[in-house]
Design a protein around this ligand. Sequence first.
Ligand code: NAP
Length: 289
Amino acid sequence: MNQTINGKTKVLGLIGNPVEHTLSPIIHNSLSKELGINCVYVPFHVPHGELDKAIAGGKSLNLQGLNVTVPYKVDVMDFLIEITPFAEQIGAVNTLKFTDNGYIGYNTDAEGLGMSLKKNEIELRNSDVVIIGAGGAAKAVAVLCAKEKVSSITIINRTLSKAEQLSDNIKKFYDLPINVIGYDQVNQLQEFDIAFQTTSIGMSPDIHKNPVEDEAFYKKFHSAVDLIYNPEKTLFLKKAETNGAKIVNGFEMLYYQGVRAFEIWNNLLIDEKILDKVFLQLLEYKKNK
Ligand code: NAP
């Protein structure tokens, strides 16, 4: 946050339900402070059934940018004047930018993941990837993978119909082999490159749970990405690490989706040194919380 809130302060925020747990204000207000930009970011709890009012209110109050979180990432698409093709492919929007005519919708979750992978030197192009889960987060992962030209995608999910739906949606936009399997077929998988864990299984406090129990699975890939960041190392990541894989949790994805939103709202690209500095501040905040 800029030191002084005055008549020219630009207001940004997050709409969702719940929003009390969010780290986004820390990300955005630290970036504003570091860059000397006169804006402030606040969480807005939007009651169920009142999303339309929240968007109309945002426009009336001249809120220049909003992030959108659970459960509104899909429903919000009905209230926008434009949606980027990438967000359209994912089928969800997490960032709104104000214009005179209304809000434009973006999806920076996938971009945030892309930036995190780059930072950790995990290359998607020509990789065979396995995505565990087929919910909202899996959609962003799958579209990013397809856009970045992976060789193949295998989706593992409890509800096969949801995985089929995700596969059909990706195939509307991209031409690549996509397989769908259940957890009972995991033992039939051949070696591949990257495993993405996108379910909520293993999230605190259920830290002893793990979506894939087949031990041989963990010997089949060189990199594992879990979108969960609490705990820092899920059981899934621990098993992958024990078997020699490079591991990445979802904390950087969370950070960089915020960074991308901030860049979009302020029409800028932030220097890597500043990004690293603010990331350390965020880590410190999380540690002391
Ligand atoms: P979601 O849309 O509700 O999807 C949940 C997924 O988990 C589905 O594939 C679901 O399978 C599966 N699942 C849940 N409980 C299960 C169980 N007991 N057994 C088997 N499968 C189960 O949730 P989401 O929005 O994708 O979020 C998923 C996770 O990603 C959350 O932990 C969230 O915090 C994390 N996330 C992180 C970031 C980040 O920036 N790091 C961003 C977005 C999400 P079915 O289809 O069979 O129900």
